[in-house]
Design a protein around this ligand. Structure first.
Ligand SMILES: Cc1ncc(C[n+]2csc(CCOP(=O)(O)OP(=O)(O)O)c2C)c(N)n1
Length: 429
């Protein structure tokens, strides 16, 4: 405020709205969620078809021919825990039991790390509660060498890909064994060997990078495919749209996943989605085949992932998949959802819990029992605690065991330039 005549109390007159007899005054439309804290959860706006109802098209289908799949939901597991319809039947008992195990490990790991954050052992954590099937099931459709470009809510890709829980915990504790040497915020993992591209804090940047990686694979006449991941909120970023243009134009061998967990921190999905009806529908304008899948149905996610990966591998181009799910936990350890949504909303979520649904299915198949489930839960907890203890032996926020301050200057450039060497000397490390 450089104008000396303006004081704090000066009222700047607003320009008069010009009223016209011909037109009613314009009004800005701001979408609002159906309910707020204190209200009764309401998911009546989410249309959910019966399991088994949606067709399974050939993989070389045109986007236009499966337009309706962008507005429906592919589901395999019905209310009775049976696998039904054209997307069912691909997985053996052994594979399903492994999938259940991965989801249970992820859930147990989340719970331990959430508590570790509350105990001050780490500064930050982000849970996957309710979304375990999405990353765990998708990972099983990939082959060695394929590359994921994940967000911070796909650690199931690492767990189902055989990454070590100890290394994950060490990253979260930023300790002496942290593979990223304490340079990254907890949960921003990176493992090239496990097909897990370095996570960036900047939303959506990885989406266009996934397309570029896929284009490179095609340019090299390789057989590897890329997988882009994004949340519902982050689809509003420009990089989402850039990714779709490039994927469409160059028919890049990429699967573009949108994890619609209904919330972007405190912002409900209606804000980022705008008027398109569904997030999947965004693909149609780009000529990209688009499907919606029940993200809490391990079998459905896996079947749709297989379908889309096969398309990419056969050089038939990109596929957009909207995983319809619900973020049961808080956005992060820095968030309290009670401030913006009803406390009981997750219980009202119509697609249930992915772990319970797969458990019930395995029981119906005769491959599992409540007893074995409980026993496995206890075994998994032991495994996770053992990994956590080992990681804590290498340091937590409570201890002095940290990566060397020397590491801070490494990796900025391939070779350390003189000014960084000087700064390192000044720091005395
Ligand atoms: C470019 C950018 N803008 C804003 C943020 C802050 N931010 C971090 S997570 C988040 C919400 C993302 O929501 P969504 O994409 O739906 O993913 P979810 O957290 O629900 O998995 C925001 C706004 C950021 N990290 N980067």
């Amino acid at each position: 405020m450089s104008d000396p005549n303006l004081t704090r109390d000066t009222v700047i007159p607003q320009r008069e709205a010009v009223q016209s007899a011909e037109y009613a005054p314009l009004k800005l439309h701001v979408p609002e969620p159906a309910v707020r804290p204190g209200g009764t959860p309401d998911f009546s706006n989410i249309r959910i078809p019966r399991a088994g109802q949606v067709d399974r098209p050939a993989i070389d289908v045109d986007a236009e021919a499966i337009r309706d799949l962008a507005f429906s939901v592919i589901r395999v597991l019905n209310r009775d825990g049976e696998a039904v319809g054209p997307w069912a039947g691909a997985l053996s008992d052994t594979e399903l039991l492994e999938g259940l195990r991965h989801m249970m490990i992820l859930r147990a790991f989340d719970a331990r790390m959430q508590t570790a954050q509350r105990q001050g052992k780490t500064s930050f954590y982000m849970q996957h509660m309710g979304e375990e099937a999405v990353s765990c099931a998708f990972r099983k459709a990939l082959r060695p060498g394929d590359m994921n470009f994940p967000t911070y809510r796909q650690a199931g890709l690492l767990i189902a890909g055989g990454y070590s829980l100890v290394e994950m915990a060490c990253q979260i504790y930023s300790n002496t064994h942290d593979p990223l040497k304490g340079r990254q915020l907890p949960v921003m993992y990176s493992s090239r060997e496990h097909g897990f591209f370095s996570i960036s804090g900047n939303l959506a940047t990885q989406y266009i990078q996934a397309v570029g990686w896929a284009m490179a694979s095609a340019i090299k006449n390789d057989t590897k495919i890329a997988v882009g991941w994004i949340g519902d909120g982050a689809t509003a970023e420009s990089d989402f749209h850039a990714a779709l243009v490039f994927a469409s134009t160059y028919r890049a061998p990429v699967v573009l996943n949108i994890v619609n967990n209904q919330w972007a921190i405190s912002t409900f999905q209606g804000i980022a989605r705008g008027g398109s009806g569904t997030f999947a529908a965004r693909g149609l304008g780009f000529g990209i085949p688009a499907l919606r899948v029940d993200g809490n149905d391990y079998l459905a996610v896996h079947a749709v992932a297989k379908w889309a990966c096969e398309r990419a591998r056969r050089n038939l181009g990109p596929t957009l998949i909207e995983h319809v799910t619900y973020r049961v936990g808080a956005h992060s350890t820095s968030d309290d959802p009670a401030g913006y949504r009803p406390k009981t909303e997750s219980e009202a979520w119509p697609l249930g819990d992915p772990v319970i649904r797969l458990k019930n299915h395995l029981i119906v198949r005769g491959a599992w029992s409540e007893e074995r489930h409980k026993q496995t839960e206890a075994e998994i907890l032991d495994t996770v605690i053992a990994a956590q203890k080992e990681a804590e032996g290498y340091g937590t926020l409570h201890s002095e065991q940290r990566p060397s301050a020397r590491d801070m200057f490494e990796g900025v450039f391939a070779e350390m330039p003189p000014h960084l060497r000087r700064q390192r000397q000044e720091a005395g490390v």
